[in-house]
Design a protein around this ligand. Structure first.
Ligand SMILES: NC(=O)c1ccc[n+]([C@@H]2O[C@H](COP(=O)([O-])OP(=O)(O)OC[C@H]3O[C@@H](n4cnc5c(N)ncnc54)[C@H](OP(=O)(O)O)[C@@H]3O)[C@@H](O)[C@H]2O)c1
Length: 250
């Protein structure tokens, strides 16, 4: 019966991690809806919505359009996001507000708009945060603070609701993400920059949704990086400064 097919919405599902997640859910027999600004050819979805998620008006209209179109959403994945590589002092107020709009306000507001539907469907809400939500790094303050705030939002929401809230913390994954970031500096080429492909993350997210897991760090070994950063913040600081050629300052 058609009503047994479940529906997933993936924001930013037209490339990178979002595309891989859309493909994985489609392979699992789900009805897949992708949201991004530009539609691309051969997207693995049953329905596409064009929306600039930095616009408060457009994202309100988006949810209304979906409900008017009769979508019965079971899983909502807030994945659209943008990277930032700049010292704190190099980020303009305009850039900061734009970054926070996409990386924090959009997923939070979309979550609250869609929550009643997920509640009714015993559904899942997924926030794609970042390993940078868990540790400070040079040249990533605007990114880390937005993703960290999103992580805390999801953890708090989980305490207040019976909707399944999954927080995903990817490490560096090869999607070309850094080439589309707001950049005031060239991103240094470290081994982490060319690490993992998006398909492994998509597989883990798919199963974490089915098993109603709370948190997912991917790849697994990043949890040790976070532990080192918590226990030995001086080492992380030194390494992060070295990677970005910021000198040996105390
Ligand atoms: N790749 C990594 O290493 C990594 C690590 C940790 C966390 N993450 C997080 O994972 C998520 C996906 O990253 P990714 O690497 O897959 O990035 P990506 O390849 O650059 O994909 C970003 C997606 O978001 C959409 N998007 C961007 N701006 C938008 C806007 N204003 N409104 C609507 N859609 C917009 C893009 O489509 P359009 O351009 O057509 O709008 C695209 O589909 C992000 O939240 C990122 O912070 C990535």
């Amino acid at each position: 019966m058609a009503s047994e097919v479940k529906t997933v919405v993936v924001t930013g599902g037209s490339s990178g991690l979002g595309l891989a997640m859309a493909e994985r859910f489609r392979k699992g027999g789900w009805y897949v809806v992708i949201v991004s600004r530009k539609e691309r050819e051969n997207l693995p979805c049953d329905r596409f919505y064009s929306c600039d998620l930095t616009s408060v008006d457009d994202r309100r209209k988006l949810i209304k359009r979906m409900i008017d179109d009769g979508l019965n959403i079971n899983v909502w994945i807030n994945n659209a996001g943008i990277g930032v590589y700049a010292l704190c002092e190099e980020i303009s107020n305009a850039d900061l507000r734009n970054i926070m709009e996409l990386n924090y306000f959009a997923p939070v507001e979309l979550s609250m708009e869609i929550l009643p539907v997920l509640q009714k469907n015993n559904g899942s809400l997924v926030q794609i945060c970042s390993i940078a939500s868990l540790m400070p790094l040079c040249c990533m303050s605007a990114y880390s603070s937005g993703k960290s705030a999103l992580w805390m939002f999801n953890e708090s929401l989980r305490m207040e609701t019976d909707v399944h809230c999954l927080t995903v913390m990817p490490g560096r994954i090869d999607t070309g993400f850094s080439s589309r970031a707001v950049k005031k500096r060239e991103v240094p080429d470290t081994p982490g920059n060319r690490s993992t492909s998006p398909d492994g993350l998509a597989e883990k997210v798919f199963h974490a949704v089915l098993k109603r897991r709370k948190r997912l760090i991917y790849p697994f070994w990043y949890r040790y990086v976070v532990a080192v950063s918590r226990c030995f913040p001086g080492i992380t600081r030194k390494m992060s400064r070295k990677i970005w050629n910021l000198g040996d300052k105390n």
